[in-house]
Design a binder for this molecule. Structure first.
Ligand SMILES: Cc1cc2nc3c(=O)[nH]c(=O)nc-3n(C[C@H](O)[C@H](O)[C@H](O)COP(=O)(O)OP(=O)(O)OC[C@H]3O[C@@H](n4cnc5c(N)ncnc54)[C@H](O)[C@@H]3O)c2cc1C
Length: 418
């Protein structure tokens, strides 16, 4: 078996691993990225592609546990926990439950707002500077409501976004219909988030890979990380299906697959796969111009020049690889409650992906306390595309021993003793 040596080895060629690679190359490092499949073949492939500082609020909030328990009995609910005996999942939920209080909510809301807003700016700048072909559009997002009670109850959420500097604009039903004539007349109103944006995620990831290669980075596909050898407090080599790789520094960006691989380094990463689904269609004639979040049904609708996607749902079902028809149908039914033309003429792809969910809903970014040359870049949950470039920048600064542009403390692996 062969052996290769580089400055920095990045494990995982999803949107996070590639963002780290781009910024490390920018700091003059030689970089090799390994992936057991194809570039961007994990959660980074079929997600909704929205860039959303407006999603700063953490999933853990007061009242969430009651809501989750109610939804557990509905198999097509947007949030579902498949009932089964799994001690790691139970531990994850107990910690999550403890976070459902206002103090933790506010701290995470502020930390997510910072990384989301910074990343949103970096992505817009990179798309423009490098002329990335990924259907980027800085056109905001529109949250749509069908029930007055749900819209009224959303008021506190808007206050929490304003409190961390995220602009929100309330819209009447008439204004919503003027903005998006494809919406049904029985919607009651909504909220416009002017700071949000959208892109086509598979193309964005392909463009990041192009930039990485053009800057001299190497990306090795079909190369599964299997084990590690260590020397003192350092990761000395990574054993893969394509031989051994050695590097001065290792960046761990394996998304929802992180926990199993990290166990080989005695690290217990507290992640659960949060399964989501999407259906991609040919673009319907009345596709929305602005990405929509259909609030009561939790369906996200994104349209591009040559495509249209319904996506979302959050299912805690372990590493289950089935395409659950109930959940795909729930996306279709949800969209039909809000849109005149909820589906495109032809289905191009039905897809699921595993979001890497931490119980505090913050990513894990920074040096491991256990291994001197290991940096973690995982746990981006529902917002990995949105947080991608700020994460890559922070990791590259950390590996380079530089001061970080963002305060790195809220994302530190030390909060999980990693
Ligand atoms: C339905 C859905 C909708 C979403 N919508 C949005 C959205 O609108 N906006 C947003 O910001 N985020 C969204 N997300 C979340 C986003 O997709 C993720 O947070 C993000 O893709 C995570 O990126 P990643 O690079 O960490 O993981 P991944 O993209 O999963 O990459 C991990 C990589 O590691 C590789 N790998 C795994 N094991 C090994 C191994 N042993 N050896 C080598 N390689 C390995 C995998 O092949 C994979 O390529 C959505 C997710 C879902 C499921």
């Amino acid at each position: 078996m062969s052996e290769s040596k580089t400055d920095v080895l990045i494990l995982g060629a999803g949107v996070i691993g590639l963002s780290c690679a781009w910024y490390l190359l920018g700091r003059g490092r030689r970089v090799t990225v390994l992936d057991r499949g194809r570039v961007g073949g994990g959660a980074s492939h079929g997600n909704c592609g929205t860039l959303t500082p407006s999603h700063a609020a953490p999933l853990a909030m007061p009242g969430m546990i009651g809501e989750a328990l109610r939804m557990m009995w509905r198999k097509d609910a947007p949030f579902h926990v498949a009932p089964r005996v799994d001690l790691e999942l139970l531990g994850w939920f107990l910690r999550f439950a403890r976070r459902c209080n206002w103090r933790d909510f506010q701290a995470v809301n502020a930390a997510k707002a910072k990384i989301l807003t910074h990343s949103r700016g970096l992505i817009g700048d990179l798309v423009a500077a490098q002329n990335l072909s990924c259907d980027f559009a800085a056109n905001g997002t529109l949250y749509v409501f069908r029930e007055q009670q749900a819209l009224d109850d959303f008021g506190w959420h808007l206050d929490s976004l304003r409190a961390v500097g995220i602009p929100v604009e309330e819209r009447s039903a008439a204004e919503m219909l003027a903005l998006e004539p494809g919406l049904r007349d029985d919607i009651v109103g909504g909220v416009f988030h002017p700071g949000d944006a959208q892109l086509r995620p598979d193309r964005y990831v392909a463009e990041l890979a192009r930039l990485v290669r053009a800057a001299g980075g190497e990306i090795v596909e079909d190369c599964a990380v299997e084990d590690f050898s260590t020397a003192g407090a350092k990761v000395d080599a990574v054993a893969t299906s394509r031989g051994r790789y050695r590097a001065d520094e290792v960046v761990f960006a394996l998304g929802a697959w992180s926990p199993a691989v990290a166990k080989r380094l005695d690290l217990r990463i507290p992640l659960q796969p949060g399964k989501g689904y999407s259906i991609t269609y040919e673009r319907p004639a009345r596709a929305p111009r602005i990405p929509l979040v259909l609030k009561e049904d939790s369906v996200c609708v994104t349209a591009w020049a040559d495509g249209y996607r319904l996506g979302s749902t959050m299912e805690f079902a372990g590493y289950d690889t089935s395409l659950n028809r109930l959940r795909l149908d729930a996306l279709r039914r949800g969209a039909a409650r809000y849109l005149h033309e909820p589906e495109g003429p032809r289905v191009l792809e039905e897809w699921y992906g595993w979001r890497p969910m931490t119980w505090d809903d913050l990513p894990i970014l920074g040096r491991s306390g256990r291994w001197d040359n290991l940096t973690l870049a995982t746990g981006h949950g529902m917002l990995g595309v949105s947080m991608s470039l700020a994460s890559g920048q922070l990791v590259a600064e950390t590996v380079g021993g530089a001061a970080t542009t963002l305060d790195a403390a809220p994302y530190s692996p030390q909060r999980f003793h990693l």
